[in-house]
Ligand binder design. Structure first.
Ligand code: GLU
Length: 423
């Protein structure tokens, strides 16, 4: 898959999306100034001892876009393309996401500019712990709550939790377990959090299919990225009778028009860390992959994949954005011309942060919810968001991405007007 060449364009993309929606609804110009900037940006350069004894200086980020609706919230990613521009964009998208699904969080994002595959398990642990220490009180369970994102997982959250609480006075350690979400269940995580983003993607696809009176049984789809979001989306679409026909990851693109079993592929991928060599998969090039004839395309990898250069290749009914920012504005325009439906990222992939909210609540109340309760509440919140976006698209006669922004901006504008600006 093509990685972002010019990360600078990612944040510009967010600003363009924001401007388009704000223009359409005559958004308050003063509040526009506030939301057009991130509130806080922390960059830390920190030393880590490697297994052979030498020291590496790594660069980490945490950007807090807005907290008018609640504590800053968003994931941490470990990737060589992480930089201030990308993190700004991702933090801003988190503000819109929580606003759309009506959860009391603001937006933040962070990460380390690093290729985690180059480090041992113990090096990754020291990197994570030292990064947490470097962030210090810039994160906090009632202030800014990290979670997993690209190349981070429950284990990394457990290390962050352990490091954070170990630096608190003994009597307050237990009261700080909600410093991160997406923890392992045994360490205070929630059932259903691991699959939550994929589950949310599937719930929104199901809503779209209901709207279009489209039968998912026998439908075909393809997925870009087979990490947490791509693999769970595929596994959870299987019971609907939908057929996975192509998949792409960092090593290449593959197809099997007869259908790929997502459970088996997931087992294989977990063991081999590659899709290559699985059963009847045939390697294809990136262009042929994007050109796959199917009903649904789920981009579940990085930003800027569907652009002026690639959007015309798509041959599907709907794009369901599991990733953050996979389509830029030019890509959006081409999809609209081609009459391809769009379930935009800030509603499509909101399942992760929704179940993060449930985990945070369970920690605060010392509760443990069963999976049925988590899934039922997730369904209610994400479908509620989806319906608000659909209603805004109708009311403003606009595309779904702009409609999603309108829902978020309307909520934020209302709160700013009620509260006013201090002093
Ligand atoms: N990283 C996920 C996202 O982009 C989840 C964030 C969270 O749970 O805080 O939505």
């Amino acid at each position: 898959m093509k990685e972002t060449q010019q990360a600078a364009s990612v944040y510009q993309n967010v600003c363009r999306q924001f401007d388009k929606a704000a223009d359409l609804i005559d958004f308050d110009p003063e509040i526009r100034k506030i939301l057009g900037k991130t509130q806080n940006e922390v960059i830390v350069n920190f030393p880590v001892i490697m297994d052979d004894g030498h020291i590496e200086i790594l660069t980490g980020y945490r950007v807090q876009h807005n907290n008018v609706l609640g504590p800053y919230k968003g994931g941490l990613r470990y990737h060589p393309a992480v930089d201030i521009d990308e993190v700004r964009a991702l933090a801003t998208w988190m503000t819109w996401k929580s606003a759309i699904v009506n959860i009391p969080f603001g937006g933040a994002k962070g990460g380390i500019q690093v290729d985690p595959s180059k480090y041992s398990h113990s090096e990754l642990q020291r990197i994570t712990r030292r990064f947490t220490f470097a962030l210090g009180c810039n994160i906090g369970p009632e202030f800014d709550i990290p979670a997993p994102d690209v190349n981070t997982n429950a284990q990394i959250m457990a290390w962050i939790l352990d490091t954070y609480v170990s630096t608190q006075p003994p009597h307050s350690r237990q009261a700080n377990v909600h410093i991160v979400t997406g923890k392992p269940v045994e360490s205070g995580g929630s059932l259903g959090r691991d699959k939550a983003t994929g589950q949310g993607v599937v719930y929104t696809i199901e809503q779209w299919a209901n709207d279009r009176k489209f039968d998912l049984n026998g439908a075909t789809y393809f997925v870009q990225g087979f990490g947490n979001v791509g693999s769970w989306t595929s596994i959870l679409l299987k019971p609907y009778g939908a057929k996975l026909v192509a998949v792409e990851d960092i090593c290449g693109a593959y197809e099997d028009p007869n259908g790929i079993d997502p459970d088996e592929l997931n087992e294989y991928f977990k063991e081999k860390h590659t899709l290559d060599g699985f059963k009847n998969l045939k390697k294809i090039d990136h262009e042929k992959f994007l050109n796959t004839k199917a009903d649904i395309f789920v981009p579940a990898a990085l930003e800027n994949q569907v652009t002026s250069e690639t959007a015309s290749l798509l041959n599907v009914r709907v794009v369901a954005e599991g990733a953050n920012g996979p389509t830029d504005l030019d890509g959006d325009e081409i999809l609209q011309q081609k009459k391809i439906d769009m379930i935009p990222d800030i509603i499509c992939n909101a399942g992760g942060v929704i179940v993060s909210y449930f985990e945070w609540l369970q920690n605060k109340r010392s509760e443990f919810w069963d999976l049925e309760e988590v899934d039922r509440k997730l369904h209610r919140l994400i479908v509620g968001g989806y319906e608000r976006v659909r209603a805004a698209a109708k009311e403003y006669k606009t595309d779904w991405r702009t409609a999603a922004y309108i829902v978020a901006l309307a909520r934020l504008e209302k709160v700013y007007k009620e509260r006013g600006i201090f002093p």
